[in-house]
Design a protein around this ligand. Sequence first.
Ligand code: NAD
Length: 353
Amino acid sequence: MASFGFRRHVIVSRSLRLLTLPLLQSSTTRRFSSTAVPAQPQLESVGFIGLGNMGFHMASNLINAGYKVTTYDINSAAMKKFSDKGICTKETAGEIAESSDVVITMLPSSSNVLDVYTGQDGLLSSGSHLRPWLFIDSSTIDPQTSRVLSNKISKYLLKEKKGYVENPIMLDAPVSGGVLAAEAGTLTFMVGGMEEACIAAKPLFSSMGKNTIYCGGNGNGVAAKLCNNLAMAVSMLGISEALALGQNLGIPASTLTKVFNSSSARCWSSDSYNPVPGVMEGVPSARNYDGGFTSKLMAKDLSLAMSAAAEVGFKCPITSEAHSIYRKMCEEGFVLKDFSCVFRHYYSGKDED
Ligand code: NAD
């Protein structure tokens, strides 16, 4: 269990405040650069918001690791799973902020994240009583919203706290790995924001995942996540297209998979997540494409990648094509099927005998 001594309100010394306040008041630039990780960052009380497919397991792993977790979700059934086990639940995000050292959010979309942070009764609604020194957003959202939000957090609090030196920090820390990795505690976190905060929060990440990769400033974690999923979507389409073409040319998928896996086409989609039913065990294609990363989430991530590309004037024709294929999958009823179902439902590939 990670505990770092006394509460941060107590440990930040008076002398540090006295030393820093004149600097804070002297220029706006200095004010915002004064945001710093507390000398002994508290991680003991963790507020967790968004207890869905991913968040349920992530919060459970934190509880199993010994953290004092308080939960909130708009869906009361999701909260009941925790209250039934004696875990503290709250009625609003604002109440979570009043009782937590660190808050983690795991929500479906950018609008949900903005709502939870800046909406009525949201995380920032308690103003000068706000307690957390760190906000970690693990949702997959667009980098721009993430950057605007982290900026808003520091400005908002500086105003509310009248120059108080302890401005909270925000990290974007989306994950790769899906529901099974969330349950097993083997997620990969891609972290954007202040590096010292990422280092301080490492015990939390390590309780929920096996890899934490620091990616740079705010928004870079989600940018990395979108690039990763773009590459994953395109490689899955390429492998599916090639395996289906192979079948049409008379080569069994298992034979072609052996060729790929010992040649230059080898990739995660061919050797770890093969889309052809009957080629590999333990993957979604072996169970009718259930229980993986849904076509809906893949379409969402590709849409976010396209918006992020548009923001910086970057052309991404392959992303656009992949997005229209996954959107078609969703329209045709495969919304909740694993994204590797394109092999069967888009390319009309055949199961391996
Ligand atoms: P989910 O829909 O299962 O869960 C989201 C939860 O957030 C729900 O319980 C919902 O009630 C809650 N919620 C929504 N709005 C809220 C609000 N305003 N206040 C409080 N709670 C609110 O989603 P998920 O599959 O757990 O995914 C969460 C995030 O993780 C998404 O951004 C997704 O893209 C990302 N992600 C998902 C996977 C996956 O395999 N499911 C993998 C990697 C990343």
